[in-house]
Design a binder for this molecule. Structure first.
Ligand SMILES: C[S@@+](CC[C@H](N)C(=O)[O-])C[C@H]1O[C@@H](n2cnc3c(N)ncnc32)[C@H](O)[C@@H]1O
Length: 223
């Protein structure tokens, strides 16, 4: 079976099985993946990269394509079926061979990852809109905490989805969505260095890139 078909089938099955954490029907499209991987090739210096929620590897493949010879990547994934799939890719997929020995999969929640060293770049594919506001705060806080000073966090959100959902929802859900917006704003405010508008994606998405110095990281709200 062609790889793309099997990726999509596995992703869709996991969407049905774990809607809450999978968060999308299909893997990310090429433009969204490329925007999330924008800073991998920046300045050519060796980097430690963390990808959060790699799923079937749509963004991972873009990261690998942009990695320099001394870059290393860790992938952290919650879903055990995606973990098995990614480990098989690392062992057998020619697209992963250029980074053999420099890429690892960690099977745990991103917010529980204990890193040996901080990262230059954290790239998140997490479906933050599906979580509670305290969970989004906790996750973003953890991701920022995994960065080196001056490191970059890239993450996405679907444009206007929260507003559209809020229009169709009751008070409790509206409050949840508002809380997620506030948690994201707290990270974005004063730290966003670039925003990519990915209109060909379904649904269209923003990719946010935020960069922190040490003092900004300490200033983030803690639960
Ligand atoms: C929207 S999918 C993105 C998959 C892939 N990055 C892509 O763009 O096609 C979200 C991914 O995040 C994973 N995930 C959800 N919550 C997680 C968590 N707390 N820690 C690590 N991975 C998580 C899901 O299992 C899923 O693989």
């Amino acid at each position: 079976m062609p790889r793309r078909t099997s990726d999509r089938q596995l992703f869709f099955r996991e969407f049905l099985r774990n809607f809450h954490t999978t968060g999308a029907v299909l893997p990310s499209g090429g433009r969204l993946a490329a925007a999330l991987a924008r800073y991998v090739a920046e300045n050519g210096a060796p980097k430690r990269i963390l990808e959060v929620g790699p799923g079937t590897g749509a963004v991972t493949r873009r990261i690998i394509a942009a990695m320099g010879p001394d870059d290393r990547a860790d992938l952290v994934e919650l879903n055990d079926r995606f973990v098995v799939y990614l480990r098989e890719c690392i062992d057998n997929d020619p697209g992963f061979q250029s980074v053999a020995g420099r890429i690892r999969v960690h099977h745990c929640a991103a917010e529980e990852l204990v890193a040996e060293e901080p990262y230059d770049l954290v790239i998140s594919g997490l479906p933050l809109n599906n979580f509670t506001p305290p969970a989004v705060e906790r996750i973003l806080q953890a991701l920022v905490g995994l960065l080196k000073p001056g490191g970059t966090l890239s993450f996405f959100q679907y444009i206007a989805i929260r507003r559209a959902r809020a229009l169709l929802s009751g008070r409790k859900e509206r409050e949840r969505l508002r809380g997620i917006g506030l948690a994201m704003d707290a990270v974005l405010r004063g730290n966003e260095i670039r925003r990519d508008w990915i209109w060909p994606n379904v649904p269209p998405a923003w990719v946010h890139h935020v960069r922190f110095q040490q003092s900004d990281r300490q200033a983030l709200p803690v639960e």
